[in-house]
Design a protein around this ligand. Structure first.
Ligand code: HEM
Length: 453
């Protein structure tokens, strides 16, 4: 790494063993990930300085062998900062607006899905079960409406299998074996290791999506899109004479896969943590239910309009997002030019790890950050207050494209759930609260009893 002066990590690694807490207290330090130059940004100030003040320079993604192998740096989420990303992001944002949150009727789709979701929970009649499967189905169906114009039943084992192995890949992507593959891609020829499982899953997901895309586009009428897939195919038609166009069948499959998994893995895990915390803190659960009963009532279907009148529920959801850090390191960025941050020279092509976890535990912005305390999002009058250092959806040009959709889903699913059920752990046994490590932080599997209120 090309620093003006000595880097912090150099100083530390020579004199003291590096503990996580020391590293997290440094705003910026460098890492050598087996030949891949990387920097880690810690705390709100450093992340903002790079992702907001130098937004364009920090908008690239690293050309890691894993991403190259999986998407050839195409698609949307992993694509390099350039024409491909601009075209795909613009199309996705427009489509999400047209077929998703821009439509009033879309809210009804989420409400309809929550009724399926609650009815499926009801079949357990208060007996212990793992909610993961049902939440995943319900949440992915919201994105499925936008992408394919249809939902999948909770009994559709093929679709569920696809989501399961895709989600397994999110965990595998953070495994030692895949880390080694990124540093030494030649190990890809070895017939064993977790990276092989990851490639096998990715190939299966690709084939599944390919067939699904063919099916949902069968009766397509050009320039009359019904969903994201149609809109994408229209773009391909419009650009067929442009040799530089980045719209292609392959990139369509990558984009669809990325949108499904980015939307499902995150929102599902936030809801799983939210349920876990409600059972862990019955008094907080009780306060949310009191607010639901007061503002919505016991039977009416929750609507987004009521969100503004429910500051405590909003505070709880924000605290879950802050405390649980679903995407603790965001998605890796890369620099598209040489630059300087806080006196350190950072060359073009450096991998940038945004430690969002450290932002949400940054003592400059949060008091007692290690305590789960929804009231930190309320003012003296009990009104909801925004916090600058609250960035679960990241910042800058690459900030989460699905933030608005995720916020809608979280509010509607969470309020519907607590309106109908009281949540508790079977026999009062508290499950392990340590998160499962991967590119996302998800709870360990746990059982819950959902008793009709
Ligand atoms: C609570 C739910 C969610 C959380 C916490 C979350 C968080 C994030 C984060 C931290 C990033 C990385 C941004 C960066 O690179 O700096 C991201 C990117 C992204 N998210 Fe989300 N996300 C959520 C839901 C969704 C949903 C529902 C969708 C769409 C269906 C979605 C689609 C994306 C996409 C496409 C990107 C890549 C954007 C780009 O590279 O331009 N996310 N998200």
């Amino acid at each position: 790494m090309n620093y003006r002066g000595k880097s912090h990590s150099e100083n530390i690694s020579k004199s003291t063993p590096i503990s996580t807490s020391v590293l997290c207290s440094l705003q910026i330090f460098s890492l050598d990930l087996g030949g891949i130059s990387a920097i880690v940004l810690n705390g709100y100030d450093a992340v903002k300085e790079c992702l907001v003040h130098q937004s364009e320079i920090f908008a690239d993604r690293p050309s890691l062998p894993l991403f190259k192998k999986l998407t050839n740096m195409g698609g949307l989420l992993n694509s390099k900062y350039g024409r491909g990303w601009t075209e795909h992001r613009k199309l996705a944002v427009n489509t999400f607006r047209t077929f998703g949150y821009g439509q009033r009727s879309f809210e009804h789709k989420i409400s309809e899905e929550s009724v399926y979701f609650l009815d499926a929970i009801d079949t357990y009649k208060g007996r212990p079960f793992d909610l993961k499967h049902l939440i995943t189905n319900a949440v992915s169906n919201i994105t499925n409406w936008i992408i394919f114009g249809e939902r999948f039943t909770y009994e559709d084992t093929e679709f569920q299998h696809m989501i399961e192995i895709f989600s397994e890949n999110i965990e595998l992507a953070a495994s030692a074996s895949v880390f080694l593959y990124n540093a030494f891609p030649w190990i890809g020829i070895l017939p064993f290791g977790k990276h092989q499982q990851l490639f096998k899953n990715a190939a299966e997901v690709y084939d599944f999506l390919h067939e699904l895309i063919e099916r949902v586009s069968e009766n397509r009428k050009p320039q009359a899109p019904r969903h994201f897939v149609d809109a994408y195919l229209d773009e391909m038609d419009c650009n067929e004479n442009d040799p530089e166009s980045t719209f292609s069948r392959e990139n369509l499959i990558f984009s669809v896969g990325e949108l499904i998994i980015a939307g499902t893995e995150t929102t599902t895990n936030v809801l799983r943590w939210a349920v876990l915390f409600m059972a862990l803190y019955p008094n907080i659960q009780g306060q949310v239910q009191k607010e639901i009963d007061l503002v919505i009532g016991p039977n009416k279907i929750p609507v987004l309009e009521e969100k503004g009148k429910m500051p405590y529920t909003e505070a709880v959801l924000h605290e879950v997002l802050r405390f649980c850090n679903i995407a603790p390191l965001g998605i890796f960025h890369a620099t598209s030019k040489d630059t300087v941050v806080r006196g350190y020279s950072i060359p073009e092509g450096t991998t940038v790890i945004t430690n969002l976890y450290s932002v949400h535990f940054d003592e400059k912005y949060w008091s007692n950050p290690e305590v789960f305390f929804p009231e930190r999002f309320l003012d003296g009058n009990g009104q909801f207050v925004k916090k600058e250092a609250f960035i679960p959806f990241s910042l800058g040009r690459r900030h989460c494209l699905g933030e608005q959709l995720a916020r809608m889903e979280l509010f509607l699913f969470f309020t519907s759930l607590l309106q109908r059920f009281h949540l508790c752990f079977p026999h009062g046994v508290i499950p392990d609260l340590k998160p499962r490590l991967g590119m996302t932080l998800q709870p360990q599997p746990y059982l819950i009893c959902a008793e009709r209120r």
